[in-house]
Write a protein that binds this ligand. Structure first.
Ligand SMILES: [Zn+2]
Length: 218
């Protein structure tokens, strides 16, 4: 039983490790073409860029159709797909998800920084400012029609997400530290109870007065 499952795992691993398959690439191609059509509507400034890339990819795709060896065919198909998924056009397609990611990270920082002061606050403010500038730059890059702007903006969005997350981590770490030291102080701080008979101060951990033995009221 165990042996069989191991063989099955090994088999599945080999199938997955075999690289591109004709079926998988065909599916990806359909998705990519749809994504390119959508990108043309969403980012009209890049319509020419997109058309040119699609033409280039289609040439690779057509070349793949003429290859009889399945493995070679799939490889060529993957090349066509990679051309559409890489660089500026891939960034354009992924940009909205990236922007959403940045906006979610901004929300987290804004709620975490409430009531905070000092270095953590400064770090958070800087990260927020950076993020807002990066969003503006990304939105401007949509209209620029320049691939370099899109790629730079996309990379920057990735950096600001990291910074925003770091800002939250810093705040959380400070909060934990503050709580820990408050707990430690609370433990150290011994409270006293005054004996109502002899006025002796007793640690509140005691139940009877250490001097006269009377029960201590707490
Ligand atoms: Zn007493």
């Amino acid at each position: 039983m165990k042996k069989w499952s191991l063989i099955l795992v090994a088999f599945l691993f080999l199938v997955n490790a075999c690289g591109p398959s004709v079926e998988g690439e065909s599916k990806a191609w359909e998705d990519n073409l749809k994504a390119m059509e959508k990108a043309k509507t969403d980012y009209p400034a890049f319509a020419n860029e997109i058309d040119a890339k699609v033409t280039q990819a289609k040439a690779l795709w057509d070349a793949a159709a003429g290859i009889s060896n399945e493995e070679e065919k799939a490889k060529k198909m993957a090349e066509a797909n990679n051309l559409l998924g890489a660089g500026c056009l891939g960034n354009l397609v992924d940009m909205n998800d990236k922007l959403k990611e940045v906006e979610d990270a901004i929300d987290k920082v804004e709620s975490a920084r409430k009531g905070k002061t000092g270095e953590d606050r400064t770090y958070a403010e800087d990260a927020l400012l950076d993020a807002k500038n990066a969003i503006t730059a990304a939105k401007e890059s949509f209209n620029s029609g320049r691939c370099a702007d899109v790629e730079r903006a996309f990379t920057k969005l990735g950096t600001v997400v990291t910074d925003l997350n770091t800002a939250v981590t810093k705040i959380t770490a400070s909060e934990t530290q503050a709580k820990d030291s408050a707990n430690a102080n609370a433990k150290k701080e011994v409270k006293f109870v005054k004996c109502e008979y002899c006025d002796t101060q007793n640690a509140d951990t005691l139940t009877e007065c250490r001097k006269c033995g009377a029960p201590l009221k707490k």
